[in-house]
Design a protein around this ligand. Structure first.
Ligand SMILES: [Zn+2]
Ligand SMILES: [Zn+2]
Length: 270
């Protein structure tokens, strides 16, 4: 890490359905890597909140984070976070959930369209990709409008699968108007945009979103960036954060942000 400030604001423990390591092991690994601020942001998918046991996951995750925060308080600064998936598909339950606990940090994300599978599970062959992405960006606009999160996660997530894994080219020019609209909403509502670095270690090979979109966010008045590895493993903690910070800097941001009690705290990129 060439930067002095090393933070990771998007990580998953085994309280996520697709997580692997208990929080203690994640904390030990993060401390070992020299990460100063870490947010645990286990998945809570609001379209299947009680149906698939995400209510229990949220409870367990919260308890574990409070325990670990106390246990490691002299070694790492732990933000009590949550990755709220598809909150706009059940606004009432989402708002009740985030108001029911003292979260430091809420990530808003979309992993699937309504009543369909996660983009990671779709079969793209023969599919009308343009129609699919039109719907995706429409949902992102609704999410940005809802705005009861702190950072807007992994914009361009479906491209990880469409372009990255299935090698289907997408002309992103077609969505520039949608992207501008989303970025403008986020800027006007003082929301952060996440640079999710997981794509750097996956076939797509770039951050989500990429530098051009981060730059556009700056042009449209965006003020805050968060960086997160989206690590589901101890060994991916902090992965690509340095590159993510470089992208933020290149796009004109001098700082990234962490969140404490839902309030932004500036971390200079130095
Ligand atoms: Zn996600
Ligand atoms: Zn995630």
């Amino acid at each position: 890490m060439i930067f002095k400030n090393f933070v990771d604001m998007h990580t998953h423990t085994n309280n996520s359905f697709d997580g692997n390591y208990p929080i203690e092991e994640m904390c030990e690994a993060a401390i070992e890597k020299g990460i100063q601020v870490i947010a645990f942001t286990d998945h809570v998918e609001m379209d299947y909140f009680t149906e698939k046991g995400f209510d229990k996951d949220a409870e367990n995750s919260y308890k574990d984070m409070l325990r670990a925060k106390e246990m490691y308080k002299d070694k790492i600064d732990l933000c009590v976070g949550i990755e709220l998936g598809e909150p706009t598909y059940d606004v009432e339950a989402s708002e009740a959930l985030i108001n029911s606990r003292d979260y430091d940090f809420v990530i808003g994300s979309i992993h699937n369209l309504r009543k369909t599978d996660d983009f990671c599970e779709l079969k793209y062959e023969g599919m009308d990709i343009e129609a699919l992405l039109d719907k995706y960006f429409y949902e992102l606009k609704l999410l940005a409008d809802w705005a009861k999160f702190d950072t807007f996660a992994h914009l361009t997530y479906p491209l990880r699968y469409i372009v990255g894994e299935n090698k289907i080219p997408v002309n992103m020019q077609k969505y520039q108007k949608d992207i501008d609209e989303i970025l403008s909403i986020l800027a006007s509502k003082d929301k952060a945009l996440e640079i999710n670095t997981s794509g750097l270690r996956q076939p797509i090979g770039i951050t989500m979103p990429d530098e051009s979109i981060v730059r556009r966010f700056k042009e449209l008045g965006g003020k805050m960036i968060t960086v997160g590895s989206d690590s589901h493993f101890t060994y991916h903690l902090g992965a690509g954060i340095e590159e993510g910070m470089k992208i933020a800097k290149n796009a004109g941001f001098d700082s990234v942000y962490v969140f404490k009690k839902r309030q932004p705290v500036e971390i200079e990129i130095i």
